[in-house]
Design a protein around this ligand. Structure first.
Ligand code: SF4
Ligand code: SF4
Length: 136
């Protein structure tokens, strides 16, 4: 099935909440990324490829699973473009149809008990954030 790249690019922009048109292609985001060496598509390329609507390849990129979500690229970008949010948006688009991006209430006690005594130390804010992020 042919991917509708225009629609996909619009979805990525909407989900990420970023304005890719602000990018001036300086490459500072990639220069500061700790996973740069392991990535096949680098942070600045995620931004430019979304801007150009050339996004089919991003769905297959191994960079989706190499990004550490450390937000160093977000901190470094002089234009406030937030490349990490773009990578996260693509990751969500890949995972959602596979049913992987879900957390169910029944799974929480099992998860906590698997942590042993550390389970009791998990902050409630973490669980609330996880529900917000992973139950959409
Ligand atoms: S959030 Fe991801 S892309 Fe950005 S600097 Fe960290 S590892 Fe690199
Ligand atoms: S640091 Fe910001 S402006 Fe520079 S290439 Fe990366 S996203 Fe674009």
């Amino acid at each position: 099935m042919r991917v509708d790249e225009k629609k996909l690019a619009e979805d990525i922009v909407r989900l990420s909440g970023t304005n890719v048109k602000k990018c001036m292609r300086c490459g500072k985001c990639s220069a500061t990324c700790p996973s740069f060496e392991d990535m096949d598509v680098h942070p600045h390329s995620f931004v430019s490829m979304v801007e150009e609507g050339d996004v089919a390849g991003l769905l297959e990129s191994k960079s989706l699973w190499k990004c550490l979500s450390c937000f160093a690229c977000v901190e470094r970008c002089p234009r406030g473009v937030e490349p990490a949010h773009i990578i996260e948006a693509v990751r969500i688009l890949v995972m959602s149809p596979q049913g992987l991006n879900r957390i169910k209430p029944d799974a929480v006690p099992i998860f906590l008990s698997s942590l042993g005594e550390k389970g009791a130390e998990v902050p409630q804010q973490l669980l609330t954030s996880a529900f917000r992020k992973y139950s959409k």
